[in-house]
Design a protein around this ligand. Sequence first.
Ligand code: NAP
Length: 293
Amino acid sequence: MKPRIIVTGAAGLIGQYCVTSASRWAPDWEVRGLSRTDFDLTDLAAAEQAWRDLKPSAVIHCAALSRTKDCEQDPQLARRVNVEATAHLVRLCNDIPFIFLSSGEVFDGRAGWYREADTPNPINFYGKTKLEAEQLVLENPRHTVVRIVLTAGTSQNGDRSFVEDMWRAVKSGKSVTLYADEYRCPLPAGAIARAIWELVGKGESGLFHLGGRERLSRWEIGQALLPWYPELQGRLGKGYARNHIGAPRPTDLSLNCEKIQALLSFPIPGFRSWLKGRVHRGIDLWDYEPSLL
Ligand SMILES: NC(=O)c1ccc[n+]([C@@H]2O[C@H](COP(=O)([O-])OP(=O)(O)OC[C@H]3O[C@@H](n4cnc5c(N)ncnc54)[C@H](OP(=O)(O)O)[C@@H]3O)[C@@H](O)[C@H]2O)c1
């Protein structure tokens, strides 16, 4: 019998890629994806029952209130989901590997190219909840935190990734403003899923940064997408985060990923190099296909 691994947030962007890519990258595991339709993770009794029934040998925890705006609007819910539900799973996973998906938003974005040893300083509520949860996770030396940033991908309902957000806005007749002074190192969800499965396979624990090799402004990211999303042509406007009104936004969340790269069997791609040479859009564009790299 194969050991069983639970993926929470399996209907979300990254959870979905973890589940669908498992037969390729983790054939030795029996993968059980859990989504909100199974139960709400803030229902602690339901979670305990599921753990008793499923008896997982490892867990990849992708479920979260993952949008900064939602966390600012409902900080109590953000804390319940991102911190308290995570803390509960950490306790349920005391004796098994637990991989927690965190975010570069734990940094204030003033410096960029952050290393794992750099001091976090979240400036929005989302980042604060992720940092608080990280600290709980890392109390257990068997457990793992992977900080990621802007993720490209296609989801079941087409409403999860930044690429889908742009596309949906334009389809509904709106224009999209992209900041030319805000930097990220985007990575396709297929590459993130492969890296996570490799960490699981190697039994690696601790804190890791996982971002794309290339640091790009949001404006540059939009421009890179134009050949694959021609509908965006003429609908992307250049703006500046320094004029932004709303929740605080870190300027530069590029991540130094040397630590995880040293463990991985494949080179972490840059966003533009990933796109180069790809011909199909849709899930194929963001799924990991080694022959295209
Ligand atoms: N995508 C990114 O760019 C990015 C960047 C940095 C970090 N991360 C982190 O990576 C992880 C995965 O992100 P993602 O992009 O896959 O997020 P996502 O698409 O929003 O998926 C999260 C999933 O968690 C589920 N969920 C939320 N609250 C729940 C609850 N109380 N009980 C059960 N399920 C619940 C959501 O269900 P509903 O759909 O029903 O709400 C959703 O399916 C998250 O921890 C996120 O913070 C993501």
